[in-house]
Write a protein that binds this ligand. Structure first.
Ligand code: PHE
Length: 357
């Protein structure tokens, strides 16, 4: 029995691979294996002999079986270790272009806008997409009866049964980030807030989710003149034309006073849009001087501080700049569309190097 044990345990310990191990198993425990053979001999023994030998054989069988399993597990662990050592991947390495990948126009244009405003000293602030009723509406001086608060314009989040607090919303604009930024930074402040916004709308120029960028500058004597200069500089850089002409049209937003919608001079000659000259005007953004109530909601004293804000559709200016006709296609993840309108990966837009190369 001892010889049997040491022979097989030794063969198990030195088996080179899974196949060799399987051979040892067959030789010992297989139907015609040595231990199985011994088991068969039990029938010819006296009852006393059978009892002791049988029990010892069973123990030996279990012991060999356990050794086989342990060795097998050990081999598998070693194989996994070897694979992990061999197939490692440095995820911090920069990507290697393969020629087909591309940057989505929204990402590209967000980078372009960020680069231009960063150059003018604006930091980037972000806020949540699921926003409280307070930040999305009240803090922005939007009254309860305002149309934006209607069920058919805004996506309201569900509250648990019995919870009577006003529901959260999917933010309908990036303006709530203004208030959040004022709270965290205080005055003076100069930020842009790009991000996703949601409204219940769907046609060629509207999708239920789209992107806006908010701009906010607050100081002791910031005026509409600063707003105009900033936006002109921005448009010149963004549309990459030397001459731009903006038209400020009096308008109304609850969170700015006075408020203006801004149009840019353009032409549609030959069906092609060109920015900077021509006889047409195209609305590109909403803006104004931040309402004193909004400053106060953001914890800033309106008797000392004032400033401007604007909000612009990122997808909209992307469509204008790059001549993309249908907004819905932006979010359909069609690879052919992405390859056609996408931008080379790794080309980071910068004001100095040219924005859209
Ligand atoms: N929040 C406005 C909108 O979504 C845009 C805007 C922002 C207007 C800031 C004025 C000032 O339409």
């Amino acid at each position: 029995m001892d010889t049997l044990r040491s022979t097989y345990l030794d063969r198990i310990a030195t088996a080179a691979d899974g196949d060799a191990l399987e051979q040892v198993r067959t030789a010992a425990l297989g139907k015609k294996g040595e231990i199985s053979g011994r088991m068969k001999e039990l029938g010819r023994m006296t009852p006393e002999e059978r009892q002791t030998t049988g029990a010892a054989l069973n123990r030996l069988k279990d012991e060999i079986d356990a050794a086989l399993r342990a060795r097998k597990q050990g081999m598998e662990d070693a194989a996994l270790d070897a694979r992990l050592r061999e197939e490692w991947l440095d995820v911090t390495l920069p990507g290697r272009p393969r020629g087909r990948e591309s940057i989505h126009p929204v990402s590209q244009v967000t980078e372009e806008i960020t680069a231009i405003f960063a150059d003018m000293g604006f930091a980037v602030a972000e806020g949540p997409q699921v926003e409280s009723d307070w930040y999305n509406f009240d803090a922005l001086n939007i009254p309860p009866e305002h149309p934006a608060r209607q069920e058919h314009d805004t996506f309201f989040m569900a509250r648990a049964d019995g919870d009577t607090r006003p529901p959260h919303v999917l933010r309908t604009h990036t303006s709530p980030v203004q208030v959040r930024a004022m709270e965290t930074t205080g005055a003076p402040i100069r930020v842009i807030c790009p991000g996703r916004v949601y409204r219940m709308d769907m046609d060629q120029t509207h999708t239920p989710m789209f992107h806006q960028v908010e701009g906010l500058a607050i100081g002791k004597d910031i005026s509409m003149a600063n707003l105009k200069w900033t936006l002109e500089e921005f448009c010149r850089a963004f549309f990459e034309v030397d001459d731009v002409e903006l038209r400020f049209r009096a308008s109304h937003f609850p969170f700015t006073e006075p408020s203006a919608e801004v149009d840019i001079r353009c032409s549609w000659e030959g069906g092609k849009l060109s920015i900077g000259q021509g006889d047409s005007w195209l609305e590109i953004l909403g803006s104004g001087m931040v309402h004193p109530k909004v400053l106060r909601a953001g914890g800033i004293d309106p008797d000392t501080w004032q400033g401007f804000a604007f909000g612009m559709g990122i997808d909209r200016v992307a469509m204008l700049k790059y001549g993309i006709p249908d907004l819905r296609a932006f979010f359909e993840s069609d690879l052919r569309w992405l390859r056609h309108y996408g931008f080379a990966a790794g080309d980071v837009p910068g004001v100095a190097g040219g924005l859209s190369r």
